[in-house]
Design a protein around this ligand. Structure first.
Ligand code: NAP
Length: 290
């Protein structure tokens, strides 16, 4: 498959565990592009604040990639790490100064002129929505960020920020998978569908736990049975289960292995029927819907 396909995003959170050289990472990006996956999800804090620089090295190794990819980054979490010696305590920072400085560092680290999407990484109890709106406006006018969104926001937190913005928020990136179903029932995905804002699903395999689901567990058995019916792997089913949702969920893949990404990308061609979808939900939660 070639061309822009919006159903899957490739995440880079685990870049440190992959142990890839710049050339190998560039090859991974190229391989994703061949599969129609052109959007890459990063954050300032990933890999001890080093992820974006590693990604930037890969883009330097294959400069033609820059024009073909879309880049998401995030800001707002402040970790206590050697790269940030002035952080005394883990905290959130959604001040104008922090957001703007973080974006400028992200762009410099990756050698990019513009982020396609910037997310506020976590809801900040000290978030001043007017101040965030001012930061977004300044970054947009300066051409440094094309679109803005949030991550891990509950509907009321999303509404608060949206109420101060001229541009609609582009996404809410949340943890949702067969192993984490809260957002299906707490209003998060209802809000996304109402506003026609496609949510993004992080840890769509539960951080890999779905690949290790014991065959004798209820979920393992349901994955095996539906897998036989559709000729699909557990990973493909976990992704197809998300893709089936009417909010238009975009799973953010976490594997650093192109062969696995290639297998997972075939989830786009799977069609779960309604009963298979509920069979997996029931097996995952351990009880039927009432
Ligand atoms: N917004 C947020 O707060 C937030 C939080 C966490 C993550 N994220 C984003 O979401 C992305 C995905 O999260 P995730 O890494 O937890 O996703 P995931 O897809 O749930 O888990 C990926 C892990 O599963 C492993 N895995 C084992 N067997 C696999 C198989 N057969 N097929 C595929 N993967 C297999 C992968 O290992 P291998 O690499 O060895 O294949 C990798 O370690 C991150 O990269 C990041 O961009 C966002």
């Amino acid at each position: 498959m070639n061309g822009h396909d919006t159903s899957l995003i490739q995440g880079l959170w685990r870049i440190g565990a992959w142990g890839l050289s710049s050339t190998e990472l560039a090859r991974l990006v190229e391989g994703c592009l061949d599969l129609g996956i052109d959007t890459f999800d990063l954050a300032d804090i990933y890999h001890g604040y080093q992820c974006e620089a590693l990604f930037g090295e890969a883009l330097k190794a294959a400069p033609s990639l820059k024009a073909r990819i879309r880049v998401i980054s995030k800001c707002g979490i402040a970790l206590v790490k050697p790269a940030r010696p002035h952080h005394r305590v883990q905290h959130y920072n959604t001040s104008h100064a922090h957001i703007v400085a973080s974006v400028e560092q992200s762009l410099a680290a990756m050698g990019l002129e513009q982020l396609d999407l910037l997310l506020i990484h976590r809801p900040d109890p000290l978030m001043d929505a007017d101040e965030v709106a001012r930061a977004f406006g300044d970054l947009h006018r300066a051409g440094k960020v094309a679109a803005f969104g949030v991550s891990n926001f509950l509907p009321h937190q999303f509404e608060l920020l949206q109420s101060r913005l001229e541009q609609p928020l582009a996404t809410n990136q949340v943890e949702v998978s067969l192993l984490r179903t809260d957002s299906l029932f707490d209003g998060t995905l209802d809000q996304a569908q109402r506003l026609r804002v496609r949510p993004q699903a992080w840890s769509p395999l539960g951080g890999g736990r779905l690949s290790r689901e014991p065959v004798e567990s209820a979920l393992g058995q349901a994955l095996a049975q539906v897998g036989r019916e559709l000729d699909a792997t557990p990973e493909q089913l976990a992704l197809a289960w998300l893709l089936h949702h009417p909010a238009g969920i975009q799973p953010v893949l976490g594997s650093g292995k192109l062969e696995r990404i290639r297998v997972m990308a075939r989830a786009r061609d799977l069609n779960l029927d309604r009963q298979q979808w509920f069979q997996l939900l029931e097996a995952a939660r351990g009880f039927p819907v009432p």
